[in-house]
Design a protein around this ligand. Structure first.
Ligand SMILES: Cc1cc2nc3c(=O)[nH]c(=O)nc-3n(C[C@H](O)[C@H](O)[C@H](O)COP(=O)(O)O)c2cc1C
Length: 200
């Protein structure tokens, strides 16, 4: 028997809003964490967690260092996948699609909403590169940028911004008895979302 909400909802964004809010109340921490999968020029996949900071009619937004491994991947292949898993609710949401850039003004605003320590951290971290002198290399960088921006507003580094995952597929999965889990897949078509139920 299909659950009421899977039958009822024709807009996956509305259903996602409800599930995310429930996860916010039940997850121990990082209810907005999801696994981001990319692949490199040779098609070799790699996956890591990111925090989904916002979602709206454009898609699902995360922020990162644009010189990181993941960014090198998505510069070559804009198609990515996100996977949320809320253990406390036994639910999963899978999203696939290409990336769009977050507009500069929006990225600036978001960067300014972060703590000063996080802002300095963004400047100091050459994300995914080797630390030549171990952790000491990072500490040195942090001290350098603390001094550089002392008593000043910390601007957003040009190598740090957000990307929007534009959903071409959104699948909701919920745990059910005897592994007869429920799955519903939404695919955008013109103005509406096509909805299909899937075998577990
Ligand atoms: C719960 C969680 C949330 C994270 N959120 C982010 C994030 O929003 N952006 C980010 O760049 N890295 C985030 N990270 C770190 C990444 O998982 C990863 O270590 C880092 O981005 C480097 O990945 P890369 O070398 O594949 O580019 C997070 C890690 C965890 C465990």
């Amino acid at each position: 028997m299909k659950s009421e909400e899977f039958i009822k909802f024709s807009d996956p964004i509305k259903l996602f809003t409800i599930w995310l809010e429930e996860a916010r109340k039940t997850e121990i921490n990082d209810y907005n964490a999801c696994c981001l999968a990319t692949s490199d020029a040779a098609g070799i996949p790699s996956a890591r967690m990111v925090l989904m900071k916002r979602f709206d009619e454009r898609g699902f937004i995360f922020y990162t260092n644009l010189e990181s491994k993941k960014a090198r991947d998505f510069e070559r292949n804009v198609r990515v996948a996100l996977c949320f898993h809320w253990k406390s609710l036994k639910r999963q949401v899978r999203i696939e699609g290409p990336l769009l850039e977050v507009p500069t003004i929006e990225a600036d605003e978001y960067f300014q909403s972060r703590s000063r320590e996080s802002q300095i951290g963004a400047w100091a971290s050459k994300q995914s590169q080797y630390l030549p002198e171990g952790y000491e290399s990072l500490t040195k960088q942090i001290k350098y940028y603390e001094k550089k921006f002392h008593n000043k507003l910390v601007p957003r580094p040009s190598f740090w911004s957000g990307r929007i995952v534009v959903p071409e597929k959104i699948e909701f999965w919920k745990d059910e008895k005897n592994r007869l889990h429920e799955r519903v897949l939404f695919i955008p078509q013109s103005e509406i979302w096509l909805k299909e139920f899937l075998y577990p």
